[in-house]
Every structure is written in structure tokens, then in C-alpha cells.
Design a protein around this ligand. Structure first.
Ligand code: PLP
Length: 374
């Protein structure tokens, strides 16, 4: 089956009793035993598993081309399950521009348990230098947040495999529509399903997909079930519903993003655009090899400093100033304000999550906002 068909059917189950075409939400926390004490449908208690979570895990595993997936109550919970599954004292190599909430998780929640080094993942020799016998996991995010840096997945797979290190890819920005890390050799894919997969900024969730079902994956499943950071049946239903239109939404997001990146690159008010689809982007050639197209996240530097960037963000009418990404609506954010005083993000950087509104309206909105700094 092709990806559009998988997106619509792999997360759905026609209800056997009512014949409802769309799978109902199973709110029950507990399931009836048969007379012999067995559970005929395999469901016991909804923290362990439930029909909506099963459907969600099934569709995402199929989209990412893995044999199994574990759904969690947020992207951060999904990543935490993988970190928790490592033995204490393990060393992790992570990107220096890792999603800041996960960077904070590694530094605060896993302090004293895991040892972490942050590095520019596009600099392979620098990554190689950090590898030591305790290194158990390389975490990548490509394109990265918010500088849209690209790392070479295949080259990192070669490095990781040669040293027996697991490689996990946060595929939130690309989605399985544009990039399939498991097919390139990664061991795990992680998503914040809060973003493009659900796609409407109205449900929080996360998922891990594995390349193999082994004892390490069993441990992750145990962390999901016993740790209990599971999504509700309603959240699973909402995410499955969003995924049905994912391939078509991503095409719209991507078409708009290309046009906005080209518009910004030509604008007299813009110092620099970070979008891997532009030939000027240092990761363009690698992105071309590992992505089918370049996604819909971009960042740009406004000419001037923090004041000018904030003025532009405040003057936009269609782009909403808010954190997060991946919804149908366009969002902008002055990242340095969000990340706080310790941030390395340039003060004049604006991050854009390009939505699927009409492109003419979006470009007009940007043109008008630039008048505020003219
Ligand atoms: N990974 C990336 C790239 C993100 O942007 C985010 C959230 O913004 C996360 C992970 C964490 O996901 P969640 O907010 O669903 O916990």
C-alpha cells in the first residue's frame, strides 16, 4: 500500500457490532474476561493497551516502516522512555541545537543517571571524537530546531553501527512523508505527534517506532505500560484522525514553505534564511539525498536585532505568535525570548511553522509586517 492509503486505513477498524465506518473511541478502562478467564480481544486494562492506542501505534509503525510503535502522552514522554531504557551511567551524544525541552530533560531529569555531550551533528569528525566505550545512544534531529541544520543520517548510521551504538532520530520536523530514518538504518524514530501527525494543534502526544522487536524494545514497552505516560483513547482517536490527511497536508505545507523561503531570501528586510530547500543552505545536498522534499519549518534573521524581530512578529496578522509547530495554521516565534538568557539562538531569528493558508495571503502578511521596521 502507498502512504496515502496507509494513512487512511492502517489506523482504522470498522466496528464489528454497529458497523460504524470510523472506529469508535473506547473509553472503558477495563475489559471483560471470558468464562475461561482469558481476554478474547487481548485487552485487559487501558493503561496496558486499548483499541484506539493499538490503531494509532499500527498506523505510525506502518508509515515509518517499522515492526512496532509505542505511543505516549507527549513527545517528551516518548523520548524519556528511550533514555530510561538505557543502563545508568550510559553516555549519550545529542545535537547542540536539540529541541530545548529535551535538552532540559536530559540535563535536569537524567542528571546523575546519564552522561550527555552536545555537539554539532553535521560535523561528523566532532561526533566521532566524542564516542567512548560507555556511549550507548546517538540522538539526532534533522532538520534541527530552530536552525534547520541537516545531519547526514547514513554517515551517522555507519559510525553508530561500527561502535554498537543505538541511533534514534527525532523525525518530528520531517514526518514520514518526507523522511524515513528507519529505512536509512536508524534504530528508532521518535515523534512529537502534537505537531504534524495530529496536525491541528489540539492534541498532545508522542511516539517511538523501532526497527527491530528485541529485548531493548520490550523494556521500552514495559516503561510505557508500567511508567504509565500513555495517551488517552480520545487523544489516540484525534491523532489517528489527523494522520488520515497527513500526506495531503504535508504537500500543502511544503509548497507554501518553498514560496515563503524564496520570498524571504529576496526581501531587503531579511539578513539570512534557514531552509534546507534553498541551494544556499549548507545542508541542501545532504537533505536532497535523505528527504523527498524539505518540510515546512524555516527560520530567518531580520536585519537588525531583537527589537526588529519582535516588531515584525507583533505586526503579523495571519501568522499567530505562539510556540509549537505543525498545525494547519501558520505560527511565528521569536525563539530567543522563548529559550531564555542562556540561548545561543540569534536574537534576530524568527522561526516559522508554515501553515496551509493561501500563499498570497501569507506573503502579503509578511510584506505588511516588514513595513513596521522600514
Ligand atoms: N521534538 C521536537 C522537534 C519538538 O519540537 C518538540 C516540541 O516542541 C518535542 C520533541 C517535544 O514534544 P511534546 O511537546 O509533544 O512533548
Amino acid at each position: 500500500m502507498k502512504i496515502e492509503t496507509i494513512a487512511i486505513h492502517a489506523g482504522n477498524k470498522i466496528d464489528e457490532h454497529s458497523k460504524a465506518v470510523i472506529q469508535p473511541i473506547s473509553l472503558s478502562t477495563t475489559y471483560q474476561r471470558a468464562l475461561d478467564g482469558s481476554y478474547p480481544e487481548g485487552f485487559i486494562y487501558s493503561r496496558i493497551d486499548n483499541p484506539n492506542r493499538k490503531s494509532l501505534e499500527n498506523v505510525i509503525a506502518k508509515l515509518e516502516q517499522g515492526p512496532d510503535a509505542c505511543a505516549f502522552s507527549s513527545g517528551n514522554a516518548a523520548a524519556a522512555a528511550l533514555f530510561q531504557a538505557l543502563s545508568p551511567g550510559s553516555h549519550i551524544i545529542a545535537p547542540d541545537d536539540m529541541y530545548h525541552g529535551l535538552r532540559a530533560q536530559l540535563l535536569q531529569v537524567f542528571e546523575g543517571i546519564l552522561d550527555v555531550d552536545f555537539v554539532d551533528m553535521s560535523d561528523l569528525p566532532a561526533v566521532r571524537k566524542l564516542v567512548r566505550p560507555e556511549t550507548k545512544l546517538i540522538w539526532i534531529e534533522t532538520p534541527s530546531n530552530p536552525l534547520l541544520k541537516i545531519c547526514d543520517i547514513k554517515a551517522l548510521v555507519v559510525l553508530a553501527k561500527s561502535k554498537g551504538i543505538l541511533l534514534a532520530c527525532d523525525n518530528t520536523f520531517s514526518t514520514p512523508i518526507f523522511q524515513l530514518p528507519l529505512t536509512l538504518g536508524c534504530d528508532f524514530v521518535m515523534h512529537s505527534t502534537t505537531k504534524y501527525l495530529s496536525g491541528h494543534s489540539d492534541v498532545l502526544g508522542g511516539v517511538l517506532v523501532t526497527a527491530v522487536k528485541d529485548s531493548f524494545w520490550d523494556k521500552i514497552r514495559a516503561i510505557q505500560v508500567l511508567g504509565g505516560a500513555v495517551p488517552s483513547p480520545f487523544d489516540c482517536y484525534m491523532t489517528v484522525r489527523g494522520i488520515k490527511t497527513l500526506p495531503y497536508r504535508m504537500r500543502g505545507h511544503n509548497e507554501n514553505a518553498i514560496q515563503i523561503a524564496e520570498f524571504l531570501e529576496k526581501s531587503a528586510f531579511v539578513e539570512k534564511v534557514y531552509y534546507p530547500g534553498l541551494e544556499s543552505h549548507p545542508g541542501h545536498e545532504v537533505a536532497k539525498q535523505q528527504m523527498s522534499t524539505f518540510g515546512a519549518m524555516l527560520s530567518f534573521l531580520v536585519k537588525g536585532g531583537s527589537d526588529e524581530a519582535i516588531k515584525v512578529v507583533n505586526a503579523l496578522k495571519i501568522f499567530t505568535q505562539a510556540t509549537s509547530l505543525g498545525g494547519v495554521e501558520s505560527l511565528v516565534e521569536h525563539r530567543a525570548s522563548v529559550e531564555g538568557p542562556a540561548t545561543k539562538t540569534p536574537q534576530n531569528l524568527i522561526r516559522v511553522s508554515v501553515g496551509i493558508e493561501n500563499i498570497t495571503d501569507l506573503i502579503k502578511d509578511l510584506e505588511n509586517a516588514f513595513k513596521s521596521i522600514d
